[in-house]
Design a protein around this ligand. Structure first.
Ligand SMILES: [Zn+2]
Length: 415
C-alpha cells in the first residue's frame, strides 16, 4: 500500500451544490478519495502535500453523459468513420478519450459506436493500457431499418426483434441501451420531427433493458418521439429539442410538465456543433431556439444534465466546456451548470456512489483548474491536472472555442 497524496488549493468544490471550502485539501489513497476538508483539520496520515496555490480550484472530475468516441469532431465525422477500417476507428476513439480527459472529463457515456469498439476502448482504459475517462458504453444504438445512425449497425424492429437487440447488446458488453426514438440530423432521409418506433416497440426495449438493470437513453428530437420515450419510461431524454418539420424548436409545456413529473433526466446536448447545425437547416439561432429553455426546464423541476454529443460535426471532444458555457447561455447559473456536470450527471448514470462528488470513499476523480469556475466557467478551460480513478494525467489537448452571442458563427481562438 503506497502512501496517500494530498492536493491543496485555495478553493475546493465538493460537488454538493454551492458548497465551497476555503484553504482546503483532498487526500487521495490509491484509487480512492480518503478525506476532504479544510487544511486546518488535515488528518495525520496525509502523505506528501501538493500545493496548487491560492488561486486554484479543486473540484470533482467532470462528466459527459453523451459522447461518440468514434466520431472525430471534424467537419465530416460520419464520412471519416465510414471510410476508416476498425483499426483506424480504434485510433480515433483512443484520441477522443484523451481529448475528453484533457478537458477534465473523468466519466463519459458513449452513446453510439460501431462494431463493439466502444467495449474494446473501455477495456483498454480499465486495463491501464490507454488513458481516458471511465466509460459507459451502449454499442450501436437500436434504430429502425434505415433509421438514424443505421450505419452503426443497430437496426432492429418488431417487438421480438428489439428485445433480441437489447439482449445482444447486453451479451456484447453494453452497460446501457441507446434507442433512436426519432430521426436525426446526421442521417439524411430520416425525419427528426417524427417518431421512428411504435410505442409497443419502445416499451419492449425499455422493459427488456430494465429487466437486466440497464438504463435506457433515448435520442429524441421531435415532440412525438419525446412523448413516446417518456411514456415508455426511458431513463434519459437526449436532445429534447421539440423539433418541428421545418427544423425550428417549439417546446411543449405539457411535455415539459410530464418530464418533471416522471423524473427522467434531460440532456440537451448543447455543443460546439450548434453553428454547423444551423447552417444545415439554413436558419438563425433566434429562429430555432428558445433562448431561456434551460432556465424554463429547471424552473419546471426537470433534471438537466451535461452532455455534448462530442464528436459530431465540428464538435471535437476537447470542446466540452463550450457545451457548459452554452447551458449557461440558455439560462442556467454557473452553480447549476457545475451540478449538472458532476453530481447530477453521476446520478443520471447510476454512479452517484462512485463519482461526481469529492467525498471519502468515492473514486479519486478530481481535477485542478486555475481560477474559480463558480464565478466564471471559462476557468474550466485551464485544467492543470486531471486525476482519473487515482491516476494523474496532464492535459495534452486544449479547447479553443468560446461561446458567443452569434452561435451561428463559433469563434476560433488560437490554441
Ligand atoms: Zn448523439
Amino acid at each position: 500500500m503506497s502512501a496517500p497524496t494530498t492536493h491543496r488549493a485555495g478553493r475546493v468544490l465538493t460537488g454538493t451544490p454551492g458548497e465551497e471550502l476555503r484553504d482546503a485539501a483532498v487526500v487521495i489513497d490509491g484509487t480512492t478519495i480518503a478525506w476532504v476538508g479544510p487544511v486546518a483539520d488535515l488528518p495525520a496520515e496525509h502523505g506528501a502535500v501538493v500545493d496548487h496555490g491560492d488561486d486554484a480550484t479543486i473540484l470533482p472530475g467532470l462528466i459527459d453523459t453523451h459522447v461518440h468516441l468514434a466520431f472525430d469532431g471534424s467537419a465530416k465525422p460520419v464520412e471519416v468513420m465510414l471510410a476508416a477500417d476498425d483499426l483506424e476507428r480504434y485510433t480515433i476513439m483512443l484520441r477522443s478519450a484523451r481529448e475528453l480527459l484533457s478537458a477534465g472529463v473523468t466519466t463519459a457515456r458513449d452513446l453510439g459506436a460501431p462494431g463493439l469498439l466502444d467495449v474494446r476502448v473501455k477495456q483498454a482504459i480499465n486495463a491501464g493500457s490507454a488513458r481516458g475517462p471511465r466509460l459507459l458504453v451502449v454499442n450501436a444504438p437500436i434504430t429502425v431499418t434505415g433509421g438514424h445512425c443505421y450505419f452503426l449497425g443497430g437496426e432492429a424492429e418488431t417487438v421480438d426483434g428489439v428485445i433480441q437487440a437489447v439482449r445482444r447488446a447486453r451479451r456484447d458488453g453494453a452497460d446501457h441501451i441507446k434507442i433512436m426514438s426519432t430521426g436525426g440530423n446526421m442521417t439524411p432521409g430520416t425525419l427528426p420531427a417524427k417518431a421512428q418506433f411504435t410505442p409497443e416497440e419502445m416499451q419492449a426495449i425499455v422493459d427488456a433493458a430494465h429487466h437486466y438493470g440497464m438504463r435506457v437513453a433515448a435520442h429524441c428530437h421531435g415532440t412525438p418521439g419525446i412523448r413516446n420515450a417518456i411514456n415508455a419510461g426511458v431513463d434519459s431524454l437526449e436532445h429534447y429539442a421539440f423539433t418541428q418539420a421545418d427544423g425550428t424548436n417549439r417546446p411543449d409545456a405539457e411535455v415539459i410538465a410530464m418530464t418533471a413529473q416522471s423524473g427522467q433526466y434531460v440532456c440537451r446536448t448543447v455543443c460546439a456543433a450548434l453553428g454547423t447545425f444551423l447552417t444545415y437547416i439554413d436558419k438563425t439561432a433566434d429562429e430555432v431556439f428558445e433562448p431561456g429553455l434551460n432556465r424554463r426546464l429547471l424552473d419546471a423541476g426537470v433534471k438537466v444534465v451535461a452532455g455534448t454529443d462530442a464528436g459530431i460535426d465540428n464538435a471535437p471532444h476537447v470542446e466540452y466546456v463550450y457545451g457548459l458555457a452554452g447551458m449557461a447561455a440558455f439560462g442556467m447559473t454557473n452553480d447549476e451548470v457545475l451540478h449538472s456536470a458532476t453530481a447530477l450527471a453521476a446520478e443520471s448514470l447510476g454512479l452517484e456512489g462512485v463519482t461526481g462528488r469529492l467525498a471519502a470513499g468515492l473514486d479519486a476523480d478530481v481535477i485542478v483548474v486555475r481560477g474559480n469556475p463558480r464565478a466564471d466557467l471559462e476557468a474550466l478551460r485551464d485544467v492543470e491536472l486531471v486525476i482519473a480513478r487515482g491516476e494523474e494525467y496532464r492535459p495534452e489537448f486544449r479547447s479553443r472555442r468560446r461561446w458567443n452571442d452569434e452561435v451561428s458563427q463559433p469563434q476560433y481562438v488560437p490554441a
